[in-house]
Design a protein around this ligand. Structure first.
Ligand SMILES: [Fe+2]
Length: 265
């Protein structure tokens, strides 16, 4: 298709409000998000499809071209089965297609560290991303002992998955380089929340995030987005030196654009 025809198609999308005009000051070079609460009515993310679409349109404007939805899975709070998640994914995908919003959407989950996670692993019922890499995103209580996270990471790895710890900077007991190094050498990958760089969560999280970047220990960057307002802190972070430093590391996000996710493995 000739370029001028293609650009006029995009112009008509912008005029119709299907896509937002990209604002170059807010585009980061990050094209894939690996941690987003974007599926509606499944966790503490969007309350309906319109909210989901609003967030995704804004993420598109920020330069994202693929979002991996990672709803919470936590017994008693977010009892989401893999089938529930994949069904919700299909519904939202069909809305995106109908409205001609060309952002790729896939799904995994953010598993809470609890016994049920290991039962799901045993039954091969976990959702991962990164195709054969089988990245398994998990979180723990913010006051969990680092030794419990370490032990869990080893178990996840032994089961054939690549453990990815969500927002390591937010745990109160992950607080010095000795602990961080022990975790890193166990094979767990760290997924930093972009909002931590502007102090969105706490001063502790901001300081730890900076320490992780300085020591080149960040594998993934995530929005951990739950709502449209949260994207403001991500946009602010895009202009920080610490964010640019993080982007200079071997961040794996953009390598996932062609990879398959949503696998039962
Ligand atoms: Fe999250």
């Amino acid at each position: 298709m000739p370029i001028n025809k293609l650009s006029s198609i995009f112009e008509s999308f912008f005029k119709k409000g299907i896509l937002s005009e990209p604002n170059n000051t807010q585009v980061s070079g990050l094209t894939v998000d690996v941690h987003a609460h974007i599926l509606p009515q499944i966790d503490d993310g969007p309350e309906d499809t319109e909210q989901s679409i609003g967030i995704l349109k804004e993420m598109y404007a920020m330069g994202y071209r693929k979002v991996i939805a990672t709803p919470h899975v936590m017994t008693g709070y977010y009892d989401n089965s893999s089938e529930d998640i994949l069904q919700s994914l299909q519904v939202l995908r069909s809305v995106l297609k109908r409205r001609q919003i060309e952002i790729e959407l896939e799904a995994a989950a953010e598993y809470y560290l609890e016994d049920e996670l290991f039962r799901l692993i045993e039954r091969k019922e976990v959702l991962t991303f990164g195709g054969s890499k089988k990245y398994l995103l998990f979180e723990a209580s913010f006051v969990t002992k680092a030794s419990y996270i370490l032990e869990a990471s080893l178990r996840i790895k032994q089961a054939g998955y690549t453990p990815v710890l969500a927002h390591p900077e937010r745990y109160v007991n992950i607080n010095d380089m000795e602990i961080i190094s022990r975790l890193a050498s166990s094979g767990v990958l760290f997924q930093l929340n972009i909002g931590s760089l502007v102090g969105y969560y706490s001063k502790h999280a901001q300081a730890l995030a900076e320490l992780l970047i300085k020591n080149k220990l960040v594998a993934f960057l995530g929005s951990d987005c739950h709502n449209l307002a949260q994207l403001e802190s991500i946009k602010q972070a895009f202009s920080l030196k610490t964010f640019r430093d993080a982007m200079q590391l071997d961040i794996l996000n953009n390598s996932l654009i062609e990879k398959k996710t949503s696998v039962f493995a």
